[in-house]
Structures are given as structure tokens and as C-alpha cells.
Design a protein around this ligand. Sequence first.
Ligand code: FES
Length: 146
Amino acid sequence: MLRREFIRCLQAVAAAPTIGPLSVLLGSCAPGGVVLNVTATNGRVVIPESDLSTESLSTSYARVYIDESRNPIYVFTNANGAMVALSGICSHRGCTVKKLRDGFECPCHGSEYDLDGKVRTGPALNPLKAYEIKAVGNEYVLSIID
Ligand code: FES
């Protein structure tokens, strides 16, 4: 998280009505968000609902690392409150993109993506890969089958 993003996040927390413990709210400003290391089975990852709080994901995000991959899948809620899972691999040449408040940027050659993963600025030509994630009971199921 860039310094200006962290400051904006703190300002948003300060302006927000108190809806939970301050530590939870401030935790949503933590650099890098929540980190989950998980294992896939048959192309699916099951994540307990408690690990992906929609309250904190509305202002922050989770980085889900599957099977010890070095590249995360970013999970967050969009403006409509829907859960989104996007690959952290830049479609240009495969660097790991960074999550910003309003999208993603690639540190290698400067590509930028919006929160839907669509290219805002090249050289990347293709969007970030999107994965299906849905709530099933008290869990989220992330499908990583191509
Ligand atoms: S690898 Fe991301 S812009 Fe080139």
C-alpha cells in the first residue's frame, strides 16, 4: 500500500461511523491486507467465512496464495458488494501487480487495471484473470479451474 493510500484509508476510518472494534477497522488499512495461504483440491479452494470478512473486504482485500504460489489472487468486494477474485499476475509479462484503492498497478512496466481487472493503461492488452468465488453455507468456494 502506498503511503497516500494508507493515509486515505486512515482518513476513511476516522470518518466512518463506529461499526466494530477500532483494531479491526485499522487492520483494514494494514499494508497488504489479509494474507491467506491455502491448498486447492480438485481445482477448488474452500475458505471459511470468518477468514474473509465482507466488512473488512469492503475497505481492504485479501491476498490468497494457493499451493505455495508466489502470486496472489486478490479477493475483495466491489462497489456493488459482490465478492471479486482477480489474479495478481499481470497479463503483460507476468509480474505481480499491486492492489490500490481504485485498481491495480504493475511495478514492472506500468500497466494499470481497474477494480474489474480491465486494462486502464498499457502495455498490458488483456484483463487480469477473474475467478469465480461464491458463498456456500459458512464458506467461500474459489474455483481456480481454467
Ligand atoms: S509485466 Fe506488468 S506491465 Fe509488463
